[in-house]
Design a protein around this ligand. Structure first.
Ligand code: NDP
Ligand code: ZN
Length: 190
Protein backbone atom coordinates (compact mmCIF):
# COMPACT_ATOMS: atom_id res chain seq x y z
CA UNK A 1 0.00 0.00 0.00
CA UNK A 2 1.38 3.41 -0.95
CA UNK A 3 1.49 6.30 1.48
CA UNK A 4 -1.09 8.93 0.74
CA UNK A 5 -1.37 12.44 2.14
CA UNK A 6 -4.98 13.08 2.96
CA UNK A 7 -5.49 16.87 3.17
CA UNK A 8 -7.42 18.20 6.14
CA UNK A 9 -10.41 20.36 5.26
CA UNK A 10 -9.06 23.91 5.26
CA UNK A 11 -11.63 25.12 7.79
CA UNK A 12 -10.10 22.83 10.39
CA UNK A 13 -6.81 24.60 10.05
CA UNK A 14 -6.66 27.91 11.88
CA UNK A 15 -3.62 29.14 10.01
CA UNK A 16 -5.24 28.44 6.66
CA UNK A 17 -8.41 30.27 7.76
CA UNK A 18 -6.40 33.30 8.93
CA UNK A 19 -4.59 33.44 5.59
CA UNK A 20 -7.87 33.10 3.75
CA UNK A 21 -9.33 36.03 5.72
CA UNK A 22 -6.19 38.10 5.10
CA UNK A 23 -6.33 37.46 1.35
CA UNK A 24 -10.10 38.10 1.24
CA UNK A 25 -9.79 41.43 3.10
CA UNK A 26 -6.78 42.50 1.00
CA UNK A 27 -8.72 41.86 -2.20
CA UNK A 28 -11.84 43.67 -0.93
CA UNK A 29 -9.91 46.72 0.32
CA UNK A 30 -7.45 46.69 -2.61
CA UNK A 31 -8.27 50.14 -3.94
CA UNK A 32 -8.84 51.82 -0.55
CA UNK A 33 -6.43 53.94 1.43
CA UNK A 34 -6.32 55.21 5.01
CA UNK A 35 -6.84 58.91 5.63
CA UNK A 36 -3.22 59.70 6.62
CA UNK A 37 -1.20 62.02 4.41
CA UNK A 38 0.80 59.09 2.98
CA UNK A 39 -2.52 57.39 2.05
CA UNK A 40 -1.34 54.06 3.50
CA UNK A 41 -2.89 50.85 2.13
CA UNK A 42 -6.19 50.22 3.96
CA UNK A 43 -5.34 46.57 4.67
CA UNK A 44 -2.59 47.65 7.10
CA UNK A 45 -5.38 48.61 9.53
CA UNK A 46 -7.26 45.26 9.78
CA UNK A 47 -3.92 43.45 9.97
CA UNK A 48 -2.89 45.77 12.84
CA UNK A 49 -6.05 44.79 14.79
CA UNK A 50 -5.43 41.05 14.39
CA UNK A 51 -1.73 41.47 15.28
CA UNK A 52 -2.61 43.47 18.41
CA UNK A 53 -5.21 40.95 19.57
CA UNK A 54 -2.97 37.91 19.00
CA UNK A 55 0.43 39.24 19.98
CA UNK A 56 -0.29 41.90 22.63
CA UNK A 57 -3.62 40.51 23.85
CA UNK A 58 -2.84 36.78 23.64
CA UNK A 59 -6.19 36.16 21.94
CA UNK A 60 -6.11 32.66 20.44
CA UNK A 61 -9.69 32.44 19.16
CA UNK A 62 -9.15 32.19 15.39
CA UNK A 63 -12.71 33.36 14.67
CA UNK A 64 -12.06 36.60 16.59
CA UNK A 65 -8.77 37.14 14.73
CA UNK A 66 -10.50 36.49 11.39
CA UNK A 67 -13.31 38.88 12.35
CA UNK A 68 -10.66 41.53 13.12
CA UNK A 69 -9.16 41.02 9.66
CA UNK A 70 -12.63 41.28 8.10
CA UNK A 71 -14.09 43.95 10.42
CA UNK A 72 -14.45 46.73 7.83
CA UNK A 73 -15.41 44.59 4.80
CA UNK A 74 -19.20 44.92 5.12
CA UNK A 75 -19.05 48.59 6.12
CA UNK A 76 -16.54 49.80 3.54
CA UNK A 77 -16.69 47.37 0.57
CA UNK A 78 -19.30 45.49 -1.47
CA UNK A 79 -19.01 42.45 0.85
CA UNK A 80 -22.36 41.06 2.07
CA UNK A 81 -23.03 39.22 5.34
CA UNK A 82 -24.09 36.18 3.28
CA UNK A 83 -20.75 36.18 1.49
CA UNK A 84 -18.88 36.15 4.81
CA UNK A 85 -21.14 33.38 6.08
CA UNK A 86 -20.45 31.25 3.00
CA UNK A 87 -16.70 31.81 3.09
CA UNK A 88 -16.02 31.90 6.84
CA UNK A 89 -19.07 30.52 8.65
CA UNK A 90 -21.85 31.99 10.78
CA UNK A 91 -19.78 32.84 13.88
CA UNK A 92 -17.29 35.06 12.04
CA UNK A 93 -20.09 36.64 10.01
CA UNK A 94 -22.01 37.49 13.19
CA UNK A 95 -18.99 39.10 14.88
CA UNK A 96 -18.30 41.25 11.80
CA UNK A 97 -21.99 42.20 11.52
CA UNK A 98 -21.94 43.33 15.17
CA UNK A 99 -19.08 45.76 14.57
CA UNK A 100 -20.59 47.13 11.36
CA UNK A 101 -22.23 50.58 11.38
CA UNK A 102 -25.37 51.18 9.33
CA UNK A 103 -24.12 53.69 6.79
CA UNK A 104 -27.69 54.67 5.90
CA UNK A 105 -27.79 56.55 9.23
CA UNK A 106 -26.29 60.03 9.70
CA UNK A 107 -22.75 60.01 11.09
CA UNK A 108 -23.62 61.51 14.48
CA UNK A 109 -26.34 58.88 15.00
CA UNK A 110 -23.89 56.09 14.06
CA UNK A 111 -21.36 57.43 16.56
CA UNK A 112 -23.98 57.66 19.32
CA UNK A 113 -25.24 54.12 18.61
CA UNK A 114 -21.71 52.75 18.99
CA UNK A 115 -21.57 54.27 22.49
CA UNK A 116 -25.03 53.00 23.45
CA UNK A 117 -24.64 49.48 22.04
CA UNK A 118 -21.10 48.66 23.20
CA UNK A 119 -22.22 47.23 26.59
CA UNK A 120 -24.55 44.76 24.86
CA UNK A 121 -22.09 43.46 22.26
CA UNK A 122 -20.88 39.85 22.43
CA UNK A 123 -17.52 39.24 24.15
CA UNK A 124 -16.01 38.49 20.72
CA UNK A 125 -17.29 41.73 19.16
CA UNK A 126 -16.08 43.69 22.20
CA UNK A 127 -12.54 42.44 21.58
CA UNK A 128 -12.64 43.57 17.94
CA UNK A 129 -14.10 46.96 18.90
CA UNK A 130 -11.49 47.50 21.58
CA UNK A 131 -8.66 46.65 19.16
CA UNK A 132 -10.18 48.98 16.54
CA UNK A 133 -10.20 51.91 18.98
CA UNK A 134 -6.63 51.22 20.18
CA UNK A 135 -5.34 51.06 16.60
CA UNK A 136 -7.22 54.18 15.55
CA UNK A 137 -5.95 56.21 18.53
CA UNK A 138 -2.42 55.09 17.68
CA UNK A 139 -2.95 56.16 14.06
CA UNK A 140 -4.40 59.50 15.24
CA UNK A 141 -0.98 60.22 16.77
CA UNK A 142 1.48 58.48 14.45
CA UNK A 143 -0.26 58.89 11.07
CA UNK A 144 -3.32 61.11 11.62
CA UNK A 145 -5.99 61.82 9.02
CA UNK A 146 -4.78 64.52 6.69
CA UNK A 147 -5.96 67.99 7.60
CA UNK A 148 -7.49 67.15 10.99
CA UNK A 149 -7.13 69.86 13.63
CA UNK A 150 -6.02 69.08 17.19
CA UNK A 151 -9.59 69.79 18.28
CA UNK A 152 -11.02 67.21 15.89
CA UNK A 153 -8.50 64.58 17.01
CA UNK A 154 -9.35 65.29 20.64
CA UNK A 155 -13.07 64.86 19.89
CA UNK A 156 -12.24 61.51 18.30
CA UNK A 157 -10.29 60.46 21.42
CA UNK A 158 -13.22 61.42 23.66
CA UNK A 159 -15.72 59.51 21.55
CA UNK A 160 -13.47 56.41 21.41
CA UNK A 161 -13.13 56.50 25.20
CA UNK A 162 -16.93 56.62 25.59
CA UNK A 163 -17.25 53.50 23.41
CA UNK A 164 -14.49 51.69 25.32
CA UNK A 165 -16.06 52.59 28.69
CA UNK A 166 -19.11 50.60 27.55
CA UNK A 167 -17.14 47.43 26.91
CA UNK A 168 -14.87 47.34 29.94
CA UNK A 169 -14.27 43.89 31.37
CA UNK A 170 -13.81 42.37 27.90
CA UNK A 171 -10.01 42.33 28.16
CA UNK A 172 -8.52 44.22 31.13
CA UNK A 173 -4.96 44.21 29.77
CA UNK A 174 -5.95 45.65 26.38
CA UNK A 175 -8.17 48.19 28.17
CA UNK A 176 -5.02 49.29 30.01
CA UNK A 177 -3.23 49.56 26.64
CA UNK A 178 -6.13 51.74 25.46
CA UNK A 179 -5.93 53.94 28.58
CA UNK A 180 -2.17 54.44 28.14
CA UNK A 181 -2.63 55.20 24.45
CA UNK A 182 -5.39 57.66 25.36
CA UNK A 183 -3.33 59.58 27.95
CA UNK A 184 -0.10 59.60 25.93
CA UNK A 185 -1.93 60.46 22.70
CA UNK A 186 -3.74 63.45 24.20
CA UNK A 187 -0.43 64.82 25.47
CA UNK A 188 1.17 64.40 22.05
CA UNK A 189 -1.74 65.98 20.20
CA UNK A 190 -1.51 68.90 22.63
P1 NDP B 1 -14.55 59.75 10.99
O1 NDP B 1 -15.35 58.61 11.48
O2 NDP B 1 -14.91 60.38 9.71
O3 NDP B 1 -13.02 59.40 10.84
C1 NDP B 1 -12.40 58.58 11.78
C2 NDP B 1 -12.38 57.15 11.23
O4 NDP B 1 -11.56 57.13 10.07
C3 NDP B 1 -11.76 56.19 12.19
O5 NDP B 1 -12.73 55.67 13.05
C4 NDP B 1 -11.19 55.14 11.26
O6 NDP B 1 -12.27 54.25 11.00
C5 NDP B 1 -10.90 55.88 9.97
N1 NDP B 1 -9.50 56.21 9.65
C6 NDP B 1 -8.95 56.19 8.41
N2 NDP B 1 -7.69 56.60 8.44
C7 NDP B 1 -7.40 56.88 9.72
C8 NDP B 1 -6.20 57.36 10.36
N3 NDP B 1 -5.09 57.61 9.67
N4 NDP B 1 -6.23 57.55 11.69
C9 NDP B 1 -7.35 57.29 12.39
N5 NDP B 1 -8.52 56.85 11.84
C10 NDP B 1 -8.53 56.64 10.50
O7 NDP B 1 -14.48 60.80 12.16
P2 NDP B 1 -15.47 62.00 12.38
O8 NDP B 1 -15.66 62.79 11.13
O9 NDP B 1 -16.67 61.47 13.05
O10 NDP B 1 -14.66 62.92 13.37
C11 NDP B 1 -14.36 62.56 14.70
C12 NDP B 1 -14.83 63.64 15.66
O11 NDP B 1 -14.51 64.92 15.18
C13 NDP B 1 -16.33 63.58 15.84
O12 NDP B 1 -16.60 63.52 17.22
C14 NDP B 1 -16.86 64.86 15.21
O13 NDP B 1 -17.89 65.43 15.99
C15 NDP B 1 -15.66 65.76 15.23
N6 NDP B 1 -15.59 66.64 14.07
C16 NDP B 1 -14.91 67.77 14.23
C17 NDP B 1 -14.76 68.63 13.17
C18 NDP B 1 -13.93 69.83 13.39
O14 NDP B 1 -13.50 70.44 12.46
N7 NDP B 1 -13.66 70.21 14.65
C19 NDP B 1 -15.37 68.37 11.87
C20 NDP B 1 -16.07 67.12 11.79
C21 NDP B 1 -16.14 66.29 12.86
P3 NDP B 1 -12.08 52.68 10.66
O15 NDP B 1 -11.45 52.01 11.82
O16 NDP B 1 -13.49 52.26 10.43
O17 NDP B 1 -11.26 52.63 9.46
ZN1 ZN C 1 -11.46 49.80 11.73
Amino acid sequence: MTDRVIPLPLHHDGIALLLKATAFAAEKHRSQRRKDSAASPYINHPIALADLLANAGGVADVDVLCAALLHDTIEDTDTTPQELRNEFGARIEMIVAEVTDDKALPKDVRKQLQVERAPYASPEAKLVKLADKICNLRDMVEAPPHGWSGQRKREYFEWAARVVDGLRGAHPYLEQVFDEQYSRGLLEIG
